[in-house]
Ligand binder design. Structure first.
Ligand SMILES: Cc1cc2nc3c(=O)[nH]c(=O)nc-3n(C[C@H](O)[C@H](O)[C@H](O)COP(=O)(O)O)c2cc1C
Length: 233
């Protein structure tokens, strides 16, 4: 399987190690592509809305394209981020902003509706839930049907500082999560995704798009005539 890791930090700390531990336990001959932010995407969204009309006009299109192509090709997306001020790291937030044109309200990528994903976040002591929710919202609105989350307070500033007891627990949990990801089966598309896709289709049908390009995109895909991205036949 193809796995893409999107790491919201340049360093290989606790969040990365937990994510990589899950990845390494996924059965089969896997091809893993890793990106680190900001190293691999050192930009912010400028709010110019050029991408709404034409993605190639984004000021960092070339760098973004490499990452989006890898996501497009992947079966599994693994996102890791330290919890910073109760939320995702700033570089990961920048990546989420730079891909907002991929949300269902705009032009979702067909392949997203067939992917599995895991979001990993470690914090020092507070709940990492709100950080993971930032990523969960983005993946959900991009159409990803299976989103697993694994977050934990590690009481440490880096991986070396994490206790052996915690590391043992992480190993066990990573094994359990990896098992769920190891089946080659495509994930079922749940009622929430189907419902949201329907609502978004209605908006695009009514012409309530951000641009004519979006309506055209949905029409070309056949999504306004009953076709579904998770079942394109
Ligand atoms: C800028 C910054 C903000 C942080 N904010 C929080 C926080 O809101 N809650 C918390 O429990 N830990 C917070 N931490 C601690 C990290 O979340 C924690 O050490 C985490 O395990 C680091 O993950 P990493 O090793 O992958 O970088 C913060 C650390 C930094 C540097």
């Amino acid at each position: 399987m193809k796995i893409v890791m999107l790491n919201g930090q340049n360093h290989k700390g606790s969040s990365y190690h937990v994510g990589r531990s899950i990845v390494d336990k996924i059965k089969g001959e896997n091809e893993v592509t890793e990106f680190f932010f900001p190293k691999d995407l050192n930009h912010f969204c400028m709010g110019c809305y050029q991408c709404i009309e034409d993605v190639t006009k984004c000021h960092c299109y070339d760098e973004k394209k490499v990452i989006i192509d890898a996501i497009d090709a992947a079966d599994i997306i693994v996102v890791t981020t330290p919890t910073y001020c109760m939320h995702v790291s700033a570089p990961l937030k920048a990546f989420l902003d730079l891909t907002f044109d991929m949300w269902m309200v705009h032009r979702p990528m067909e392949s997203m509706f067939t992917k599995k994903s895991v979001i990993v976040s470690t914090s020092a002591g507070s709940s990492p839930k709100t950080a993971m929710k930032d990523v969960q919202d983005a993946l959900f609105y991009m159409g990803v049907p299976k989103i697993m989350k694994y977050g934990l307070p590690v009481q440490a500033m880096n991986w070396q500082g994490v206790s052996e007891k915690k590391k043992e627990q992480i190993e066990k949990d990573a094994e359990r999560i990896a098992r769920k990801l190891s089946t080659g089966k495509k994930p079922a598309v749940g009622i929430k995704t189907r419902f949201m896709f329907k609502i978004m289709g209605m908006l695009h049908k009514k012409g309530w798009d951000s641009s004519l390009v979006e309506a055209e995109y949905w029409k070309e895909k056949g999504w306004l005539d009953g076709k579904k991205p998770w079942n394109p036949k």
